[in-house]
Design a protein around this ligand. Structure first.
Ligand code: FAD
Length: 402
């Protein structure tokens, strides 16, 4: 007699959600994904698919597609207000900010959607508003009004996950890092090259422009803000805040201000980490940024989403009881997550000087680092940590022979 397939609902169709859906379907689960946006959210800058995420991508058969969608970024240049290069970190250099497998976030989201859409039910423009569970099932009420039952529900709806709150209340802590970041896609101009350009302005502001493979440029506007003040603002208020932060910043800030005014897809949020005391409760669990966002400054959000989804699906498939699968997922992954979330002292403040003198000190230090045989920029500005790389080597991904 064939056993009934376990029904799983995943909230969030970005990186973690569709990756989990892929693996769960492969292991025989019946999977649905609910996404709050009316369509896939394709914004964002370049993201890295490295280390164990690369292995998961290879196992999913999408490594070649990811390689083909490479942004073509050849490294990062530090520039001053006259766009003069003060330091260069080519991609081939040790610890370069540019990784071998850089892909624009939206391209990756699209690839994951395309390989799952035949076998997974996607429901856009909807979200979970109520959750209940008992010994037999989880009961889900959607914003669209209907109610359905599932065996398991997984939150993969990002750092501000509402599904997490429905599951755990306020138990998970959002650790704000004192930094705000906005991402937007802008028209390419003649100053944009295949280098990422990093500009440090006074008053704790950093502007970063990066090439993509679509003939546009990916911009990010970053600034320190000690207290988190910008949660849940409407689009126009967010734009006004960004325009005020761009005022007087110099370099290409006027160009960015024009683009902010025009754009209707700006991702703007406080930067923080999610440190949750547990990742599951009964039939509910979390994956990706919803569970353990490490913050973009680590460059590891996508890696954790890929690896988390792979391990969660594998552990559910290899344990008879879902409770044991959830427990094993957390046991395997937590040490790695904690190592990724460990930030070097002073990060991110060190990269955001307040005064013009501070800016020139940062530029000088970066210039010296760029001239050393071993370029250490990533370790100074918060990317890969040697300790974490070491742990990674010793944390091979489990193999699920299913
Ligand atoms: C628009 C956007 C742009 C980004 N740009 C960058 C970037 O440039 N650089 C970078 O390092 N990281 C960026 N990130 C974050 C990055 O995608 C994640 O850190 C990482 O890939 C982990 O992905 P995730 O799937 O766990 O979460 P996310 O990528 O945050 O995806 C969460 C998904 O859940 C959806 N969602 C939200 N609330 C609900 C809900 N209540 N119900 C159902 N669905 C919901 C969202 O629309 C989104 O599709 C961006 C995220 C988004 C959403």
């Amino acid at each position: 007699m064939e056993t009934k397939k376990q029904k799983v609902l995943i909230a969030g169709a970005s990186i973690a959600g569709p990756t989990l859906a892929y693996w769960l379907h492969k292991y025989g689960f019946e999977v649905s994904v609910v996404e709050r946006s009316p369509s896939l959210r394709l914004g964002g800058q370049n993201i890295d698919v490295n280390g164990p995420a690369r292995k998961v991508a290879r196992l999913m058969g999408i490594l070649d597609q990811i390689k083909a969608a490479n942004t073509g970024e050849i490294g990062t240049q530090w520039v001053d207000k006259d766009n003069q290069v003060t330091a260069s970190f080519p991609k081939e250099g040790a610890n370069s900010l540019t990784q071998e497998l850089e892909i624009v976030r939206g391209d990756l989201v699209n690839i994951l959607y395309e390989i799952t859409k035949e076998n997974v039910t996607y429901r856009f423009d909807d979200q979970i508003t109520q959750l209940a569970q008992d010994d037999h099932q989880a009961t889900v009420t959607f914003a669209s009004g209907h109610t359905e039952t599932y065996d398991l529900v997984i939150a993969a709806d990002g750092i501000r996950s509402r599904t997490r709150t429905l599951m755990f209340g306020d138990e998970s802590v959002f650790n704000y890092l004192g930094l705000c970041t906005a991402y937007l896609t802008i028209a390419k101009t003649e100053t944009d090259t295949n280098w990422a350009r990093w500009y440090t302005a006074d008053d704790s502001r950093v502007l970063l422009l990066r090439p993509d493979n679509e003939g546009t440029t990916r911009a990010s506007i970053n600034f320190l803000l000690p207290q988190e003040e910008y949660e849940k603002l409407d689009k126009n208020t967010k734009k006004a805040i960004l325009l005020s932060r761009l005022a007087g910043a110099g370099w290409e800030a006027p160009r960015l201000a024009q683009e902010v005014e025009k754009s209707d897809d700006i991702y703007f949020d406080g930067v923080g980490q999610i440190k949750a005391p547990r990742w599951s409760t009964g039939r509910f669990a979390m994956v990706g940024d919803a569970a353990y966002c490490p913050a973009p400054i680590t460059g590891k959000g996508t890696t954790l989403a890929f690896v988390g989804a792979y391990v969660l699906a594998g552990e559910l498939a290899t344990h008879e009881r879902f409770e044991d699968g959830f427990a094993s997922y957390e046991r395997i992954l937590r040490p790695y997550v904690e190592s990724v979330q460990k930030l070097p002292p002073g990060i991110p403040r060190i990269a955001y000087p307040k005064t013009a003198l501070g800016v020139s000190i940062v530029n000088t230090v970066v210039g010296i680092l760029a001239s050393e045989p071993v370029q250490k920029i990533a370790s100074v500005f918060g990317s890969s940590d040697p300790e974490e790389e070491e742990l990674l080597k010793d944390t091979p991904l489990p193999k699920y022979a299913l």
